[in-house]
Every structure is written in C-alpha cells, then in structure tokens.
Write a protein that binds this ligand. Structure first.
Ligand code: SF4
Length: 332
C-alpha cells in the first residue's frame, strides 16, 4: 500500500473543503471497500479525510413525515432501526442480505452507496480495465462475465453495481442529500449512479469534493415491500440478480394501485424497472400480468457469453417477489 496522509474531519463543511481542494484526497467512511482497494493498489489516495465520526449517525423522522438516515449510520444499526423495520421492510431485508455481520457493523450508509464494482478485472491492478485505467480495455467483455451486466452496459464497461441497499432505496424513491463546496443539493437516488457509457471510470454524478450526508425516505408506510436476492451461496456473496419491490393494492385488492421495482446485479446502477411498473399500474395482480411485465422489462437485456442465465433469472425473481407481495399470483 502506498503511503497516505490521514485527517479526521472536525465537521462536514471542513471535510468537503479539504477534499475539494486536493485532487488526490478521498473521504473515508467505514473503509470496508476503500481500504481493500488501497491494499490492492486500485485506489491510491494521497489523503484520507475520515468522515465516519461526524454527527451524521442518526435515523430520525422529519416534521413532514420523511425519515432521514445520516450517512454515517452503520448498516447493522439501520437494518435494526424500528422506523425502518416498521415502515420500510424492503430496506432492512436488503441490508441484512449484504456482506457479513462484522462488515455491516462497520460499513456506513454513505459508503455502501458509493462502494465500487467487484468486477475481478477492476480489482486486479495488473490487468487492463477501462474503469480503473480509462482507454485500457474491458477484458470482461470477452472473458469472465458471469456476474456482469445485462442491461444498460456499454462497449466500454459491463460492470454491475454491488450494493443491495441501493436497490432497495431506488425502489423506495429515496433522495440523497449532498454537501459540496458550493452548498447543499438533493438528488433522487435513481440519479446518483450512472450507466457506464464512454466514461466507466465515473460511477456516480458526484463531483470531486461532494459528500453524501444523508438519505431521505418518503413519508408513509411501505409495509408491502420486499427484497429478494439470488446468489451463488447463502451468505457473504454479491447478487447475481436481486429485486426490490414496493406494491400498493387498490382498496378492493383487485388491481395494483402503485408499484415500484428495482433490480440489482444487472446493471452499472440500481435498475429501476419502469417498463414493468407502467404495465402493472392499474392491472390485476395475476401471474400472467407479472410475467408480461417482467418480460417487457427484460426485452432490452443483452447477454454476454457467461451471463445469459440472468435474463430468465431476473424475470422469475420479479414474478416471485410480486406474487409474494400481492398474495394474488393465481393464473389469470
Ligand atoms: Fe473494467 Fe468495467 Fe470491463 Fe470490469 S466490466 S473490466 S470494471 S471496464
């Protein structure tokens, strides 16, 4: 590991000012991903500004009914928080499906959002990779591609975003609070991460020096929500495919009044299944309609040599989650 400087930030504004004026500076949260990347020689910051001890570690209801999650809240605390368990079970389920207990104790909300892809070529500094070294190539395209993207990929990169939590937040229509050198701004979570396009080195739309300080969840109860993760082993594995869904049935239960679905493990960002949502809104909650919606969403999927299985897997996982949430998966 290369030598680097370390500073503990006295407050968020000072942290932002310090990182913004040093191109080689980075924020340090729980360090569960960044420190690994430093050991691998993939991340080589000159200065780490530690934001993990800033007073951004609470989960609280705002006066308008939204719930604000501080960026330094550990994943384990967030998963177990009564407000999250009662109103946003999909988020708790997603958090508990990720990493291990020890890692969840250390990983923060902000860090979880900004973790980097686990593409094996990205993590091996001796190999070419457009994300790590722009213009060097993408060996995953013609190589090991079992875990890679089927939606929204580009010629430059076929990596997927690894976070489970971010998929649940996308389905919940969460908002991200960002502090930059010019002040605070908010952004829908679905606009935080980007598709790779010709610049796969940019995972998000954040500018250098911008710090995620909080995530806001919309008001109300989202009890009819769930997260399903399909992976190669039962724990401590990233998603091959995951589905987060929030469903609202009409009062008589005969139609779907509202639905939000996000997919993980399939794209460079949490993939909001807008085509499927459109088809399901106002439709009867039947197995046939779930299948049609899933097929429409995956119509644009493009498989690589090693990941064609993800297309039916994602469709089946979507149908299964919708069936469970509505309890109305009969044929029709
Ligand atoms: Fe690098 Fe992206 Fe290609 Fe992986 S998929 S090797 S991260 S460019």
């Amino acid at each position: 590991m290369r030598p680097f400087d370390y500073q503990q930030a006295p407050d968020a504004t000072a942290a932002v000012a310090t990182v913004a004026r040093r191109p080689g500076a980075m924020f340090l949260g729980g360090g569960t991903n960044l420190v690994d990347l430093m050991k691998l020689g993939v991340a080589t910051p000159e200065l780490l500004v530690d934001v993990s001890r800033l007073p951004l570690d609470t989960v609280a209801e705002l006066p308008d009914g939204r719930v604000r999650i501080g960026a330094a809240v550990p994943n384990s605390d967030l998963a177990a928080h009564p407000l999250i368990l009662q109103r946003y079970p999909v988020l708790s389920q997603a958090l508990l499906s990720g990493a291990s207990g020890q890692l969840r104790n250390l990983a923060t909300t902000g860090g979880n959002l900004l973790q980097r892809t686990r593409c094996p070529y990205f993590q091996d500094a001796s190999l070419p990779c457009n994300k790590r070294e722009p213009g060097s190539g993408c060996p995953a395209r013609g190589g090991y591609s079992r875990n890679h993207a089927i939606l929204g990929a580009s010629d430059s990169c076929v990596a997927v975003h690894p976070s489970d939590m971010a998929v649940a937040l996308a389905a919940l229509d969460a908002t991200v609070v960002i502090l930059g050198p010019g002040g605070e701004r908010t952004l829908p979570l679905t606009e935080l991460h980007r598709l790779p396009g010709a610049e796969p080195e940019r995972d998000t739309v954040l500018a250098h020096g911008e710090l995620v300080t909080a995530v806001d969840l919309p008001p109300g109860s989202h009890r009819r929500s769930a997260y399903r993760k399909v992976r190669d082993r039962a724990s401590f594995a990233f998603a091959l495919v995951s589905v987060a869904a929030v469903v609202e049935l009409a009062d008589d239960g005969g139609t779907i009044a509202g639905v939000r679905i996000a997919l993980g493990g399939v794209a460079h960002k949490p993939w909001r299944a807008e085509r499927a949502e459109e088809l399901l809104r106002g439709a009867q909650p039947t197995e046939t309609n779930f299948g049609r919606a899933a097929a429409a969403e995956l119509d644009a999927a493009v498989a690589l040599a090693g990941n064609a299985f993800k297309i039916p897997l994602a469709a089946n996982a979507m149908v299964a989650v919708l069936r469970d949430l509505t309890g109305r998966g009969g044929n029709g």
